[in-house]
Design a protein around this ligand. Structure first.
Ligand SMILES: O=C(O)[C@@H](CO)OP(=O)(O)O
Length: 206
């Protein structure tokens, strides 16, 4: 057995609350989102996990979530690496649009395909496959080595950048990933084997 990888999707953002496509836009957390992020920190602490290093995106909702978690753990100031590779999927021309307005305009099915399919790009944006093509190499090169050294690594990121990562870790197909959702502020804990395969996965729900 080697180290531990803790994945957390940021708490609810102001634009999650307003039902807007967000992508690379940079809204802050909603009031509920701040609470969810603190709660994620409390759950991580209750499970006796203590990160040695943290990774997050360059978007504030993920960074503030990371700050809340570290504060709950009493680990403010822990080395945190921010990288664009962990950003949310770029939603292109959909960014800033209301999701219900988009359904009225393009139809329920088309919008679902843009949101959850593996390889269909929203107009001007990234498919989940495109997102995975930046998240997975970053994971392999920058994050995984820490886990294989036996460290506990915290990653605060986004719904779709984490879907891409979980898809690869869990070995899901493009069809299976369509049904996979990642809840805001609910930590997912992977323990890895020394050969980098997954030894166990635990979701820290209520
Ligand atoms: O708007 C977004 O950037 C994402 C995450 O909030 O939305 P969706 O769940 O539709 O992929």
């Amino acid at each position: 057995m080697s180290g531990i990888l803790v994945l957390v999707r940021h708490g609810q953002s102001e634009w999650n609350l307003k039902n807007l496509f967000t992508g690379w836009r940079d809204p802050g957390l909603s009031e509920k989102g701040h609470e969810e992020a603190k709660d994620a920190g409390r759950r991580i602490k209750a499970h006796g996990l203590k990160p040695d290093i943290a990774f997050t995106s360059v978007l504030s909702r993920a960074q503030v979530t990371n700050d809340h978690i570290l504060a709950e753990l009493g680990q403010e100031g822990l080395e945190t690496i921010c990288d664009q590779a962990l950003n949310e999927r770029d939603y292109g021309d959909l960014s800033g649009l209301n999701k219900d307005d988009a359904r009225n305009r393009w139809g329920e099915e088309q919008v679902h395909i843009w949101r959850r399919s593996y390889d269909v790009q929203p107009p001007g944006g990234e498919s989940l496959r495109d997102t995975g093509a930046r998240v997975w190499p970053y994971y392999l090169h920058d994050i995984q080595p820490h886990v294989l050294r036996g460290e506990t690594v915290l990653v605060s990121a986004h719904g779709n950048s984490l879907r891409a990562l979980v898809m690869a870790l869990d070995g899901l197909t493009g069809e299976e990933v369509v049904k996979m959702e990642i809840a805001t502020g609910v930590p997912i804990v992977y323990r890895l084997n020394a050969d980098s395969t997954v030894a166990s996965k635990e979701i820290l729900e209520d």
